[in-house]
Design a protein around this ligand. Structure first.
Ligand SMILES: Cc1cc2nc3c(=O)[nH]c(=O)nc-3n(C[C@H](O)[C@H](O)[C@H](O)COP(=O)(O)OP(=O)(O)OC[C@H]3O[C@@H](n4cnc5c(N)ncnc54)[C@H](O)[C@@H]3O)c2cc1C
Length: 479
């Protein structure tokens, strides 16, 4: 039997780019042959958090990488199968010495997969070299110097990736087995090329009114950076974005927007750091005192869950937000928070159901931001202010002409903004008009919310919640 060739592997996961990529940089420095590998994992593709929209975005991201590598006459290796099985197939052909990858702050499913892989790699004497993603630190127990660390990481120079020197080889897995996804233009297109186009247009002009429009459901779609899916799938690093931000710091008239944007880039790593240090947040409230909070709905088949999930609550801004999200995969921060609040506070749907369903809709689904945010908005952390969003007030303040509502709730298109913004009206007069098929709300908002508010405060003040607050603060917040 011929001797197997020594080979290293750069394993891509949520870092689908060829720039600011330490695993790739180090693989090139080794001067050994290596594969750049992406694996479509069937168990992850079936996971409740994922939807076809995510895999399409990944497919597009891989196409960009493939195209770039072709310029250097090199190829990306793409496989479809469970990770351990794919590595075993590669071990039949190669003597694998090193795996290079970014650390992944993922769901329990990927955490367990990594534990299993660690055993496999040990058995075959393979060294797994993992590098931090953005400014997230593995194994951190407190936040004392974390801000300083973040600033240092963002100011570090970016290692140049020299693909000319890269000894990339290709393993041809049967391409017939690779999944493909039909193009849908209503979603942002994946890949580092689109990421850099968004980045450029944001700093050239879109971002000038960033802070003014950030809470507006319609205008935010233009004025916000729209970089979130590119960051979540690693088409671009936070450091690459931050460097452009620093170059734009003195742009006349932009200071407020640039400062606000800079905070969001901090928050990105801050939230993922929380999840990295407390992976149980995926299934348990960060404050265990809320474990038995009396939610009314713990099953997705419940008719009230369906009303919320289908955008048929009878509250125009809630329904417009849900329908926009279903069609485009995007919603600004405030409307996301309102959707969570409405589900958890008006219908008393368990936050876990809300988290899973919204994950499938957010094109930018990032477990480390998503789970801590959902729990914060649901009001089950004990340390954050309880915020209950009133959709009528939100519409009056942030969709003053009802443009966003009319765009997404076709049943209301023929009505005046003044009328729509007063829905649901007390006497339900809209519904006496036969041509309107817009649903009636199930409950009176104020009555329903009053009950939830009392309940949330009662729990927040309880000893079982308060006793965990200090522990949470010292672990996740700079004290
Ligand atoms: C319930 C809920 C769930 C969320 N789930 C996700 C998620 O799965 N993935 C995700 O990327 N964002 C999530 N967010 C945060 C935020 O809503 C989105 O990052 C933002 O709306 C994306 O739009 P943008 O790229 O135009 O953001 P911009 O306002 O332009 O911000 C730039 C980047 O900063 C980061 N960022 C912005 N706001 C926040 C925030 N509040 N917390 C942490 N990071 C932030 C994102 O990476 C974003 O791309 C969630 C918010 C809520 C309330």
């Amino acid at each position: 039997m011929p001797k197997k060739k020594n080979t290293n592997i750069v394993w891509l996961k949520r870092d689908l780019r060829l720039t600011d990529h330490l695993p790739l940089h180090h693989a090139i420095q080794e001067q050994e042959n290596f594969l750049i590998l992406y694996i479509y994992e069937p168990s992850l593709m079936r996971d409740v958090h994922y939807d076809e929209r995510h895999w399409r975005f990944i497919e597009q991201s891989l196409a960009d990488i493939q195209e770039e590598l072709q310029v250097y006459d090199k190829k990306l290796t793409v496989a479809h199968g469970e990770v351990a099985g794919v590595f075993k197939l590669l071990l039949d052909k190669y003597c694998i010495k090193n795996i290079f990858s970014h650390e992944e702050t993922g769901l329990k499913i990927t955490y367990s997969r990594d534990n299993q892989l660690n055993l496999l790699f040990k058995k075959y004497n393979i060294t797994w070299n993992e590098y931090p993603s953005n400014a997230v630190i593995r194994g951190l127990t407190n936040r004392k110097n974390w801000e300083k660390h973040w600033n240092n990481v963002m100011r570090d120079p970016i290692e140049r990736i020299n693909l000319l020197k890269a000894k990339i080889i290709n393993h041809d897995f049967c391409t017939k087995n690779l999944p493909t996804f039909p193009i849908k233009k209503s979603y942002q297109k994946g890949g580092f090329k689109s990421a850099h186009i968004e980045l450029k247009s944001f700093f050239i002009d879109r971002g000038s009114e960033y802070s003014k429009n950030i809470s507006k459901p319609e205008k935010s779609r233009y004025s916000c950076s729209r970089l979130s899916p590119y960051i979540s799938y690693g088409n671009i690093s936070i450091r690459e974005i931050y460097k452009v931000l620093l170059n734009s710091w003195d742009k006349p008239g932009w200071r407020r927007s640039i400062k606000a944007f800079s905070s969001r880039l901090h928050w990105h790593c801050h939230f993922i750091q929380k999840f990295e240090s407390e992976i149980t947040i995926e299934n348990e409230p960060v404050n265990s005192g809320y474990k038995n909070f009396p939610y009314l709905i713990i099953d997705k088949s419940h008719s009230n869950f369906q009303l919320w999930a289908q955008g048929k609550t009878g509250y125009p801004l809630v329904d417009a937000s849900m329908r926009a999200l279903q069609s485009t995969g995007y919603l600004n921060f405030r409307m996301r928070a309102m959707l969570v609040s409405f589900a958890c506070h008006y219908y008393l749907i368990h936050w876990k159901l809300v988290a899973e369903y919204l994950a499938t809709l957010f094109l930018d689904f990032e477990p480390g931001i998503h789970y801590p945010q959902i729990q914060m908005q649901a009001g089950v952390t004990g340390i954050n202010t309880i915020r209950i969003y009133n959709p009528m007030k939100q519409a009056l303040e942030h969709d003053v002409d009802a443009l966003f509502i009319k765009k997404w709730v076709e049943e209301l298109r023929g009505y005046d903004p003044g009328y729509i913004l007063n829905l649901p009206s007390k006497n339900y007069d809209l519904f006496s008009q036969p041509e309107s098929h817009y649903p009636q709300p199930l409950y009176n908002f104020q009555e329903r919310i009053k009950k939830t508010k009392d309940l949330l405060w009662q729990w927040k003040k309880s000893n079982k919640v308060k006793k965990n607050n200090l522990k949470i603060l010292s672990k996740h917040v700079k004290v």
